[in-house]
Design a protein around this ligand. Sequence first.
Ligand code: ADP
Ligand code: MG
Length: 703
Amino acid sequence: MGNNVIEQVFAKDVFNDSVMREYLPKPIYKKLRYIMENGQELDMEVANAVAHAMKEWALERGATHYTHWFQPMTGITAEKHDSFIQPGTDGGVILEFSGKELVKGEPDASSFPNGGIRATFEARGYTAWDCTSPAFLKEDAAGVILCIPTAFCSYTGEALDKKTPLLRSMEAISAQAVRVLKCLGNENVTSVSCSVGPEQEYFLVDREKYLQRDDLIFCGRTLFGAMPPKGQELDDHYFGTLKQRVAAYMKELNIELWKLGILSKTQHNEVAPAQHEMAPIYATANIATDHNQLVMEVMKKVAKRHGLECLLHEKPFAGVNGSGKHDNWSLVTSEGKNLLDPGKTPHENMQFLLFLSAVIRAVDENAGLLRLSASNPGNDHRLGANEAPPAIISIFLGEQLTDVVNQLISTGEATSSKAGGKLLTGVSTLPDLNKDATDRNRTSPFAFTGNKFEFRMVASSLSVAGPNTILNTIVADVLSDFADQLEKAEDVDLALHDLIKKTLTDHQRILFDGNGYAGDWVTEAERRGLPNMKTMVEAIPELTKDKTIETFERLKVFNRTELEARAEINYEIYSKTINIEAKTMVNMASKKFIPAVINYVTDLAGSINEVTAACPEADSSVQRELLMECSNLLAKARKAVVELDASVKEAAKKQEGPEMANFFKDVVCKDMETLRAPIDELEMLVGKEYWPVPTYGDLLFEV
Ligand code: ADP
Ligand code: MG
């Protein structure tokens, strides 16, 4: 081990391959590796030996408890700790951890959302060890806990979590991709895995100030707040020098992530003031997902140690950029070849063009489903609202591939690939750089970026399990159809050629290299027949369409019950989120803003009386004007509070599911806007010392 901090701490808290090699008897280690790589069932002998090794390793590092760490459909992780304690014969204790305890748990956990899967009170829920994701130690005020990544399923085998479907989708895409590769004469590939690199955006605000705002505490975003004189217009925050408090936070965040074996790579300031980003090096989808869940948790935990609060919400502040999670996605063969790497001359790379076509068709055929997979209530404030990426799914390919695709569509033959050329800086002392063949497009929701796709729509606080489960499955579906066709073909080369040409021709409407933020794209997309679902609620029915059910059942990723459950949970999450936001607004307006404005107008009235009494000729018109303006806005605000409160009560009477969610979307959300407007105007008029909560200026610029 070297002296550098990274070498000292990296993966120190992970029961990874090198630890297993050290702690496990060789034959057991070999057996376990075989099981991990070939997806077979674990026998008890191996489980017991691994449990023993894990326990020894964890105890040496001070662990007192273990937990089956799982990912229920809340989108965050769950854990229930058990100590290693067993009564000894002499009145003392011994520390035990058996293979049975490692492999299976029954946490009850009946209060998690299940969308009706566990309808009866006796329905059990089980956690099962996912040996493809390494166990790790979590160290905090609770001590040291051994965390075992697990899948969470019901007694009847339905997935109650986000990990199980993701693992199933990875198997589905692997099987179909291998079939296609075999048709292309690639006999050696045994499996294909999908690699994922999720970039995580976040905001940091001062914790003292955060604690003074109920909207941030209960909803993770501000529900009121006037824009400060300065926003993000100068672009002086983006990639700017880090404030020292933020720098100290990032330093500790990295160390904590490295300890967990997370390849934290890039850190920088993002576009909005107080906004930042961390990107890891990509990993297999399952591990990338587990890691991203840990990233979000550690980000929040470390912030508190620095007197900060980390906001993962998609839109914590109106008027400045919100946060997303760019989900970088690709496919890698068991021989380590990236199937989305075009090479220097993509027009000759038929294998690449086939996989590219598969993704294009999958995205076009399932745009609504993909849109839903990236959605949560918070993301509605980004997608299709004030900010991009737009809610319309389209694919950006870049100049080089667009040219190849156009050649294929028009002549059936691609004979050339545009090269990148040299970048001339015009400065003799600077080197001429080799340019990439493709520029970037920051407005595209689904962009090809060199050797991977970047799904930019994903909500910042969302688990990436969902989007990748959908992506894997819809691409697996197309690959399975491709394999069916190629397996039957007499002349594979000819069939391959026709298949690529036909697929690109049929699905070219999804390709768009222009500005996705521009208004005319909305019209153009409509002309092309592309769906434009402005809200999450509109996209939920995609989950239970006949086509979705047929595809997901055939590929064994979700059955009908599981899809219906997820639709129900999405409606539930939406309604509950808006309900909490609306109630928080009513509360803040009634208890904070209205009383504060009353204080201010009372003082204005007093001032008018006193000034006039002291000097009848003195001009008190300013006070009078302000008094009038504030009183009018106050009346508006009060009326809006009453209306919002009534709407919330009305919403509660609606039938749960689509009816209630649509009422929240169409009525309650509008009433929330109606209340916000006068309060934000008042914030600009009322004296600063009267205003009861920290302002946008205080939150965004004073970290
Ligand atoms: P940019 O978004 O600016 O292109 P990077 O090239 O660094 O930035 O990539 C962003 C993210 O994409 C990183 O998390 C990176 O690890 C990930 N990434 C790179 N290559 C792949 C790949 N083949 N599959 C999945 N993710 C990848
Ligand atoms: Mg990126």
